[in-house]
Ligand binder design. Sequence first.
Ligand code: ZN
Length: 500
Amino acid sequence: MKKAVLMLVFLVAAISLFASVSSAASKAPKLFLNGQELQSATAPRVEKYTTYVPIRTVAEGIGFDVNWDKAAKKAVIHNGDSLIELIVGSKSALVNGSKVPLATPAKIVGSGSASTTMVPLRFISENMGLKVYFDSPSNSVFLYQPNDVNPEQPDGGGNGTIPGEDDNNEPGGDGNTGENGNSGGGDNSIPADAEALITSIQFDGIGTTNIAYAGSATVGEPQMLSNPNRLVLDIPKAAFTEGFSPGFTATNAKMGELVTENELLTKVRFSYYSDKPSTVRVVWDLSAAAQYTITKSDGLIQVSILGSLENVPPNPTTPDGDKIFKVVIDAGHGAHDPGTASVSGKVEKSFNLAIALKVNELLKKEPRIQPILTRSDDTFVTLDERAAMANRLKADLFLSIHANALKGSPASGTETFYNRADSKTFADIIHKHLLGATDLPDRKVKTAGFVVIKKTTMPAVLTESGFLTNAKDEAVLFNEAKQNEIAQALVDGIKEYLKL
Ligand SMILES: [Zn+2]
């Protein structure tokens, strides 16, 4: 595997490890009610998958009275509508006279005047009409009263717009030209219909914008617009968390922006665009129409600007009118980046290039395949450029060639990686053929987030034919006849996938 790729993987692993450690260990989660952080002598705590919150702080925060019967260890929580009776240690509670089971009983922490009754968060959400979001990246518990409990909530207008967007024929929104939302003044509460709360928006300095959220998010249909070129993405039923950034609150219509030093992407802008329904809009200002990918996982929306759509050569056809498939062959590493080193001092970049050149020669004989090399000699090409090259060409397939290493280990064998689900079939087929050629142990088809297979938009696979740190694998990988077999196997795999 390539050094830079590995470093990236380790960096990502280190960051996520740090994130989970910092949120899971020692530090108690922060507690927010309707967007305001609740101050309590006893912080919420997580024990064996159960989050406990201090009942008095929460109940009083939403307008309930709490009476504590010390002798019976019973909390009576009531407002005009509801009466909840909770006994510490009991696996059930009374809600308006009906018995309600508690998966985990309420309990007392601390002692004497500092003691606090803690109840499972789930009980709160189910019986006190609160919506709950646990945001793991920021280690925060967000509680919301879904009803409009704030009489100051403005009943109309209040739409945020991105300055300069109104006269463009952008979809969505209502073109409200209200200056700045919140003329009602001082209302920073989270909108009742917000199911996702944006906790941060960050640009990775390369091409990817990470939009972190708590709750459940959906993304609207992205729109690539021109004059000026920009990509517009709406996140419906969403708002910003309290404290997203100073002065940038849930229903504040302010616009934020990130200025990038990317040639294609000049700026990322975001705002609370509409409150009917609550919508967060993110806009990427581009110097040209671009290819992009949008992926959503738990708590994270990632938008990657891949490359310009301009100057894409038309898809060629044979004289018979059959489509000619563009297949990008990517020899990993190059120049000052040698990749891994073998037991006898040979370098990975040479193996990768040798195979890529052989595959290229074989593919050139195929009338319906146009091979394209990301490098044809010992030069250096960045990972992003390799992916961008394939995307610009609108290639049909992307095959990245690497060899593995594991220092001080006898690890041996062939493995094949893919990233997106649309690449799995290609990976399976390539692996089957490659394994037949190397005849090394089967380390299977796996998923990984390597840049070249992640940022490409067509089915993309990365092969690790064997381990250069294993003497037997090295002998196979640097054997001329074996290299020809490997190249032929990759070509067979490509042809099988393309049904040629
Ligand atoms: Zn490599």
